[in-house]
Design a protein around this ligand. Structure first.
Ligand code: ASP
Length: 335
């Protein structure tokens, strides 16, 4: 389990009472769905990050708390997932709650018998206090939220959004580099279909950052998003060549080409190996910068880069658990 941390929890090093006291403040998210990053402003982001930081301290000291004891999370995943599903489960369990996991096994649920999303969520809310949903269609989380009487958290809706990933990405930048304003952030790879890029870009329009978008022509950032960035007045440039950004980037956010979103697989084959971040390339990067990736990687970052202290992608994975602990506690009115 948690290396005997449950015993330690009797005499916590972390003053959990502090978090409980904060929980009586209205955070604005109690009972709410989390569907899009558009729901957040700088103030609410600071609130989420402060709670996530506390979760990190709690996990690093005692490992476990009973804040969500008696609460049940239904995890409903219609698309593959490793990190998002596992981190939501770990988040709920580290806070003392329990999980109904319909993650790798949607094909064994009544979905396989043709049950609609609406009926599935109306069923799950009979058992659970919060539902986390991943679905291949844009807008599906919104539909589920319209039917469910309990909070729905969007864990990725097709090529649409992935708000909890964007929150953990931004939290990682803040934890690693100390601040977000003033940074030069380069996003590399599939900017067209990458939902994590879409959500993170939207959040970054709230900050004073320079953005560099690096992609092959057919995978450029959607125009509507590019216009949002420009309307926010950010310094923004697009390029095909990672060499144009490697020397100046504070954050290199690398993504996988989203094979599952291509209708023409020949087109995927043309662009799939377009970028490779190698140890040689990293020699040209700033000494203080970070490389991020929402994962899974399929060759975009060489294994040789993993031992570079600037490779932040596995620390980023861990931050996902802290952010999801904070969000679960917030929507359940406990933080
Ligand atoms: N895991 C991320 C997502 O679900 C990134 C990816 O799949 O490439 O969007």
């Amino acid at each position: 389990m948690f290396n005997g941390t449950k015993e330690l929890a009797l005499e916590p090093l972390f003053h959990y009472g502090d978090l409980r006291r904060k929980s009586t403040k209205a955070n604005g998210f109690a009972g709410q769905d989390i569907l899009s990053v558009s729901q957040f402003d700088r103030e609410s982001l600071a609130y989420v990050f402060a709670r996530a930081h506390e979760m990190r301290q709690m996990v690093e000291t005692i490992g476990y708390a009973d804040l969500l004891k008696g609460y049940v999370l239904a995890c409903l995943f219609y698309e593959p997932s490793t990190r998002t599903s596992a981190s939501f489960i770990a988040a709920m369990e580290r806070l003392g709650g329990s999980v109904i996991p319909i993650t790798q096994g949607v094909q064994f649920s009544s979905v396989a018998k043709g049950e609609t999303l609406a009926d599935t969520v109306r069923t799950l809310e009979q058992y659970a206090d919060v539902i986390v949903l991943r679905h291949p269609e844009i807008g599906s989380a919104r539909i589920a939220a319209d039917y469910a009487g309990v909070p729905v958290i969007n864990a990725g809706d097709g090529a649409g959004e992935h708000p909890t990933q964007a929150l953990l990405d931004l939290f990682t930048i803040q934890e690693e580099l100390g601040a977000i304003d003033g940074l030069k952030i380069a996003m590399v790879g599939d900017l067209r279909y990458g939902r994590t890029v879409h959500s993170l870009t939207k959040l970054l329009t709230l900050y004073d950052v320079s953005l560099r978008f690096v992609s092959p022509e057919i995978l450029r950032l959607p125009l509507v998003l590019m216009n949002e960035v420009k309307d926010a007045g950010l310094d923004v440039r697009e390029t095909h060549d990672v060499a144009d950004v490697i020397e100046t980037a504070d954050v290199l956010y690398v993504t996988r080409v989203q094979k599952e979103r291509f209708t023409d697989l020949a087109q995927y084959e043309e662009v799939k190996g377009y970028y490779e971040i190698t140890a040689e390339l990293m020699q040209r990067a700033k000494p203080k910068m970070i490389v991020m990736h929402p994962l899974p990687r399929v060759g975009e970052i060489h294994y040789a880069v993993d031992s570079d202290p600037r490779a932040a992608y596995f620390r980023q994975v861990r931050n996902g658990m802290y952010i999801r602990m904070a969000l679960l506690a917030m929507v359940l009115g406990k933080a």
